[in-house]
Structures are given as structure tokens and as C-alpha cells.
Design a protein around this ligand. Structure first.
Ligand SMILES: *[C@@H]1O[C@H](CO)[C@@H](O)[C@H](O)[C@H]1NC(C)=O
Ligand SMILES: *[C@@H]1O[C@H](CO)[C@@H](O)[C@H](O)[C@H]1NC(C)=O
Ligand SMILES: *[C@@H]1O[C@H](CO)[C@@H](O)[C@H](O)[C@H]1NC(C)=O
Length: 510
């Protein structure tokens, strides 16, 4: 990849000047791990049939009293007509519900503030169409679309839906930018419970279901974040470019099944090797919920690529070059000590690393770590259980960085079980593994083999298997005499010349 060299040079340069710190720097902070929420959709108990009937009645009434051409080119009269003729057919009962922002008077040039026009389009799109429901209490908006028409819109407050309890809505096709007075803690698109409009008629335990945000460039203008998805399910974020955030590019909190795909996130628009890399801050994706997927996503600048504090999330095809580990960046931080339940596969950690606190059920495979990017297992309460780190490629610059490193600054790992680190392919870094095989030729009555330079955990050998092959006429009696401090000793009853072959394993279930 084209940016490799500049970044490598930059790091070499800073090494020469003595600045680079080639250990993974864990992100500080005392974020609490939220307790696992039931991942299965907890459909609350049946509400009364009365509620349902009443709601349908309301919907019917609304559909009769509303000019149903709810759609397309029929903006509310309070808005100035679109300066250009609508490219879509005239409204009619059977038209799909496509809400064109320009028809609401939004300014596609990005010169004037379009907040109210966009909010009005969203409000209209959020009106009940046919009374169908998705999850109970979530009104099906029938696939209504807010169409940005390729425009660039300036907004001064977050785009929120007027009320919770709706789903099957898409916002797509253009650029949204925060104005200079946008709130610094806001998100351009904010799928949270709108505090300004609690109409309280939603009986759903989720805010929204199946909201699709697609083909959007979101520019936070260094005011807050890009997208927040709060307590929602089946949210799709697809082909978005999210930049200039100061907090999170995407924040996902509670709920489940937010799928983030084919997207690009960066605090600054760079392509690696940027002089300001040391100062990159913010988090690309902050996952504080369960059962989400991040697939084919690039995080090209941020202090931290992906922060994970919820379980059962999966990452595939993620490319993190957000900030080199040597500058204090981390690609993926798994802050779920004791219950990690995370899979990271087929990803590219490009000068960035992965940090996992007390990993319990963590799988990392088929990934590529470049530029001394590595994996740090950080002890919190000393637990590592059900970890497999296999079939990855690591490439470094002979700085002696270990491909998997223990951070025991809070205390040692005391409960290690089913940890398997092996079959990784390493250039220019120090291999670490939980399985090791060594053969040694010697002469005498004692063979000592030291596995400390390869075994991941200190003083932990659960299983030894060896064979001794004497050369010549000797037929010695031999035995395994000592296993301690990751060293084993084999002794014979007479002096012989022999080859010994030894396999040791730290990961066998105890
Ligand atoms: C990084 O930030 C510091 C302090 O805010 C500033 O002095 C420095 O110029 C910045 N460096 C770059 C390369 O932007
Ligand atoms: C092994 O050691 C013995 C005694 O020290 C010596 O006589 C013998 O030549 C050695 N054999 C080899 C193959 O080094
Ligand atoms: C095994 O080796 C360790 C040093 O590695 C030593 O302290 C210990 O006494 C040895 N045990 C036996 C039974 O020889």
C-alpha cells in the first residue's frame, strides 16, 4: 500500500530522534463495561390489544385526513419551492415516499443553514404510512427515503427523528456538514431518544429499528461526532465517509445489530504519514453495545480506531491506520475484561495494534499486522481464557517487538486457560506462542531446553512431550527430570550423544 513507506520513514525518523515508543500504549480511562444486555430481542410482554387497535385507528384516521401525497414534490406550503424542477414524477397515492431535501427548501450548496428544512423532511417521512409494525411498538415507515440529491447541506443542530418508535427509513445520497455553531457534544445524525419530542406512544423497548444511513459524507467540522445510534436495532450504516469528528465518528450504545459496512472514517483527511499524526485524537467507532458488525471499514485517522465495550461484536476486513502505535495510537481496544466475546478476522492493522483487557473468548485470525503492530493482552484481574490468535502475518522492522505481548503492570495473569497462540507468520518481530517445539543435539547426561524466548506466559508449561534419539550403540535410560521457569531438563543414566525433540504447550485446558 502506497502509504507504507512514508509512515515507516516517519517512524524511523522519530526513532532516530528518540521519540518513538515502540510498545502498545493502552488507552487510559476508567470506562466501565456495561453489563451485558440480553442480546435476544426482549419483546416485552404483550401490551393490550386495546393499544394496538387504538393505534391502528389513529393511523387510519391520519391517512384519511392527510393529503397522502405525503411524498415527493409536495413540501409543506411554508417552505419556498424548489429552485429547480423536481426530477421525479408528480405525487400520487402510489408514489414511493421519497422526500427530496430541495423540495423542503434545503440549500444543496452548503451556503446557508438547512437544519429546519431537513428536520421537516424527516418529520414528514416519519409519519405513519400504513399502520404496519416491525418490532412491536415500532411503526413501519414502509421504506420512506430522505434523498439528499447529491447536495451538500449545512446544519447547526443534530438531525434527530421527531419521535422514537419508527423503522424502515433511509437517509442517503449527499453530504452533511456541521456549521461552526454546531454543539461540540452533538452528532450530525443522532438516532437517540429525542428529548424535545417525547410523544410517549411508543411501546417498544428500542428507539428505532432498521434505519439505513447510506452513501453519505458526514463532516463534523471538528464539532462533535458523526452518527450516534442509541438503543436501536438493525441499523445499517453503509458506504459513509465520516470525517472531522472530535468525539466519535460513530457511537453505538445499547441496542444491537448495528451493521457498519464499506465505510471510511478519519478525524483528519490524510492518507498516512501525516506530520500531525502524533496529535490525532477521537475514536473512529465506539461500540458500547452487543451483537454489532464492522465489515470492510477503514479508519484512516483517529487517536483510537475502534473502542469496544460491548460483547459479541465481530470485525472483518477492518483496516486501521488511524495513528501509529509508536505515537500512542491503538487500532482496536477491547475493554471488556472477563467477557470479551469478540472476533477479529481478515483485518489489517497497519502500524496499529490491538489491546485486549483480560480476554475471555477472543479470536484473532487471518489478519495482517504491519509496522510492528502487535497484540497486547492487558491483565486487569489476571484472567485470559478461550483466546485464539492464529494464522496471522506480522511484519516489523527488527525493533524486537513481540507479536503478542503481556501487559502485567496491574498484576500477573493468574488464570490462564485455553489460550492458543500459534501458527503466526513473522518477519522482523519476535515470535511469541503458547506452543513450542525445539530439537537439540548434545552429549552427556543432561539436556536443558529453555523456552522463555518463545513462550508467551512466564513459568507455564502444562504439557511436555519429548523423544530422545541416541546416536551410536548406547541404549540409555532417560527421563524428564524438571519442568520449571519454562525450562525443561532431560537426563540419561549414562553419557550419550543424542538428539532430543521436545514439544511444550501452555494452552491445554487445566
Ligand atoms: C500537536 O499539538 C501540539 C499541542 O497542541 C502543537 O504544539 C503541535 O504543533 C501539534 N503538532 C502538529 C504536527 O500538528
Ligand atoms: C562426548 O563426550 C565424551 C566425554 O566427555 C567424549 O569422550 C566423546 O568424544 C564425546 N562425543 C562427542 C560425539 O562429542
Ligand atoms: C528444577 O529447576 C529449578 C530451576 O530451573 C530449580 O530451582 C529446582 O530446584 C529444580 N527442581 C528439581 C527437583 O531439581
Amino acid at each position: 500500500m502506497a502509504t507504507t513507506m512514508p509512515r515507516r520513514l516517519l517512524i524511523l525518523l522519530s526513532m532516530l530522534t528518540g521519540f518513538a515508543i515502540f510498545t502498545a500504549i493502552p488507552v487510559s480511562g476508567g470506562g466501565k463495561v456495561p453489563s451485558r444486555k440480553a442480546a435476544s430481542g426482549s419483546d416485552r410482554g404483550r401490551d393490550s390489544h386495546f393499544h394496538e387497535d387504538f393505534r391502528r385507528l389513529q393511523a387510519l384516521k391520519a391517512s384519511i385526513s392527510r393529503p397522502d401525497s405525503i411524498s415527493i414534490a409536495s413540501p409543506p406550503s411554508s417552505f419556498s419551492p424548489s429552485p429547480s424542477p423536481s426530477p421525479l414524477p408528480s405525487p400520487g397515492v402510489n408514489n414511493p415516499r421519497i422526500y427530496l431535501l430541495t423540495a423542503y427548501g434545503a440549500d444543496p450548496t452548503g451556503n446557508s443553514d438547512s437544519t429546519q428544512a431537513i428536520l421537516q423532511a424527516i418529520a414528514d417521512a416519519s409519519k405513519d404510512k400504513n399502520g404496519d409494525e416491525l418490532m412491536q411498538g415500532i411503526t413501519d415507515l414502509g421504506g420512506a427515503q430522505i434523498n439528499l440529491q447529491g447536495g451538500n447541506y449545512l446544519i447547526s443542530q443534530p438531525l434527530q427523528l421527531p419521535a422514537t418508535g419508527v423503522g424502515n427509513l433511509m437517509i442517503h445520497g449527499g453530504t452533511i456538514k456541521a456549521s461552526d455553531n454546531f454543539p461540540a457534544d452533538g452528532y450530525l445524525i443522532d438516532l437517540s431518544d429525542n428529548p424535545n419530542n417525547k410523544n410517549g406512544d411508543s411501546s417498544s423497548s428500542y428507539n428505532y429499528e432498521y434505519i439505513t444511513l447510506k452513501d453519505l459524507l458526514l463532516d463534523s467540522n471538528y464539532k462533535g461526532g458523526g452518527i450516534s445510534v442509541i438503543n436501536s436495532i438493525r441499523t445499517s450504516i453503509d458506504n459513509c465517509y465520516i470525517t472531522h469528528f472530535t468525539t466519535n465518528g460513530i457511537l453505538v450504545k445499547s441496542g444491537h445489530e448495528t451493521y457498519i459496512r464499506n465505510s471510511f472514517l478519519g478525524q483528519h483527511i490524510t492518507a498516512g504519514g501525516d506530520r500531525g499524526e502524533r496529535n490525532f485524537s477521537g475514536i473512529g467507532i465506539n461500540l458500547q453495545g452487543n451483537d454489532n458488525a464492522v465489515t470492510d471499514v477503514v479508519i484512516f485517522s483517529a487517536g483510537l480506531g475502534i473502542m469496544v465495550t460491548g460483547q459479541a461484536n465481530t470485525f472483518s476486513g477492518v483496516h486501521c491506520y488511524n495513528k501509529a502505535t509508536g505515537f500512542g495510537g491503538t487500532g482496536i481496544y477491547l475493554k471488556l475484561p472477563g467477557l470479551t466475546q469478540t472476533r477479529i478476522v481478515n483485518s489489517y492493522m497497519d502500524y496499529t495494534g490491538i489491546v485486549a483487557e483480560d480476554p475471555v473468548q477472543l479470536h484473532i485470525s487471518s489478519s495482517f499486522f504491519l509496522g510492528d503492530g502487535n497484540i497486547v493482552l492487558k491483565s486487569i484481574n489476571g484472567v485470559a481464557n478461550g483466546v485464539s490468535i492464529v494464522n496471522n502475518m506480522f511484519s516489523g522492522s527488527d525493533n524486537g517487538v513481540e507479536i503478542v505481548k503481556l501487559d502485567q503492570s496491574n498484576g500477573p495473569f493468574k488464570q490462564v486457560d485455553q489460550v492458543f497462540v500459534d501458527r503466526n507468520f513473522v518477519r522482523g518481530m519476535n515470535t511469541k506462542a503458547t506452543v513450542a517445539k525445539v530439537s537439540k543435539k548434545g552429549n552427556g547426561t543432561s539436556w536443558t531446553l529453555d523456552f522463555n524466548n518463545i513462550l508467551l506466559f512466564p513459568n507455564l508449561i502444562r504439557h511436555v512431550q519429548y523423544s530422545l534419539s541416541a546416536i551410536g550403540n548406547g541404549f540409555p535410560v532417560h527421563a524428564l527430570r524438571n519442568v520449571s521457569e519454562n525450562r525443561i531438563v532431560i537426563e540419561t543414566n549414562e553419557a550419550v550423544t543424542a538428539n532430543v525433540f521436545v514439544t511444550v504447550d501452555q494452552g491445554v485446558a487445566s
